[in-house]
Design a protein around this ligand. Structure first.
Ligand code: C2O
Length: 361
């Protein structure tokens, strides 16, 4: 059976010391759960964080949207901290799965890692767009799979900006340090160019090894009533962990990015995950858009979110996969074999070079 959303009226103390174990939402289970109305927006294009930096108009909008989110009443489901707490609820054991009294809902370490986070980002992005009344708004992606994007994105560094977060490892986020995609609290002493080479190699290997078997890239199956197994995560999740650890403060609770319960309090979280999501999109594309798991326990995995209309909605993994139209392929076939497919979620990623792609097939 597929993973189902928890009973929202049964949120309990989380396993989240950095937050005194409190991250339950202020709303309960009395809200009606609706079907999500997928957005009928123009195709929205997510762009690389290091390239939107000089787009003043875009940056003003992005900052204004986040500012407004931070200024919402504390108990509003769109409030910045409430949005971040969602991550804590689903990662730090604030809910048990339905019909169990000790199996936590956990959106990491399995094949629901990518679909759940895709929806999480989608709603966050749509809410930001709503707050500035812009139906075309997208969050940027941290393009860490290319040399120019391998440093901490400058747009999050201005202390006067709502995108700023003081709880970061300053040794890394300052001064153009190169992100180490194998980072686990030990500094890589190699030269910058060597770390860049290692990173690109690592990404290439990951794709190469996992192209024919989605579990390797995305994570192993998890079904209703099953506890997650940490080693069951896919290689993309492993890579993604490195950036979390690298950005968070190195002490105590690794706030914010280095701990599940606080990670999404740092705006760079969504930018980081936007690239994780993009890696999945590229992966899918390299596989000719074949479905990753022909298994209803994956396709019917169901999640709950507050959408951009302030409604509590349920969404399934399979709904994000269906295409609504085929768009004429204009991209460079040497860069990537086919165009990325816009789905019902109506966003895609700007096509940028993939220096790691090489000879993968
Ligand atoms: Cu839910 Cu980057 O983790």
């Amino acid at each position: 059976e597929p993973i189902m959303p928890p009973d929202l009226s049964k949120c309990h103390d989380a396993n989240a010391p950095a937050l005194d174990n409190h991250c339950c939402p202020p709303y309960s289970g009395s809200e009606k759960i609706l079907e999500y109305d997928f957005p009928a927006t123009p195709l929205r294009v997510r762009r690389p964080a290091h390239l939107v930096k000089d787009d003043q108009e875009y940056m003003d909008k992005y900052k204004e949207a986040v500012r407004r989110m931070k200024n919402l009443p504390a108990d509003h489901p769109w409030n910045y901290k409430q949005q971040a707490n969602i991550h804590c609820q689903y990662c730090n054991d604030a809910y048990y799965q339905q019909n169990t009294d000790d199996v936590p809902v956990q959106v990491h370490f399995s094949w629901i890692f990518l679909p759940w986070h895709r929806y999480y980002l989608h709603f966050y992005e749509r809410i930001l767009g709503k707050l500035i009344d812009d139906d075309t708004f997208t969050i940027p992606f941290w393009n860490w799979d290319t040399k120019d994007g391998m440093t901490f994105p400058a747009i999050f560094q201005d202390a006067a900006s709502p995108l700023y977060d003081p709880k970061r490892d300053q040794r890394h986020v300052k001064d153009g340090k190169i992100l180490d995609l194998k980072y686990a609290y030990t500094e890589n002493t190699a030269s910058d160019s060597e770390i860049i080479r290692e990173n690109l190699c690592f990404i290439q290997k990951t794709f190469k090894h996992s192209l024919s078997l989605a579990e390797l890239f995305m994570g192993d199956p998890v079904r209703a009533g099953e506890k997650e197994i940490q080693e069951a995560n896919g290689q993309l999740e492993v890579i993604h962990n490195a950036a979390h650890m690298w950005v968070g403060e190195p002490d105590r609770y690794k706030e914010n990015m280095g701990d599940f319960s606080t990670a999404a309090r740092d705006s760079v979280f969504f930018c980081h995950h936007s690239n994780v999501d993009r890696m999945w999109d590229i992966y899918r594309n390299l596989r000719g858009n074949r479905v990753e798991f022909e298994d209803n326990d994956w396709l019917d995995s169901t999640f709950l979110f507050h959408d951009e209309n302030e409604q509590l909605v349920k969404v399934k993994a399979s709904q994000m996969l269906s295409r609504i139209y085929t768009h004429p392929c204009k991209c460079n076939r040497n860069v990537i074999r086919d165009c990325l497919n816009p789905t019902k979620l109506r966003y895609t990623f700007e096509q940028v070079p993939l220096p790691w792609l090489g000879k993968i097939n």
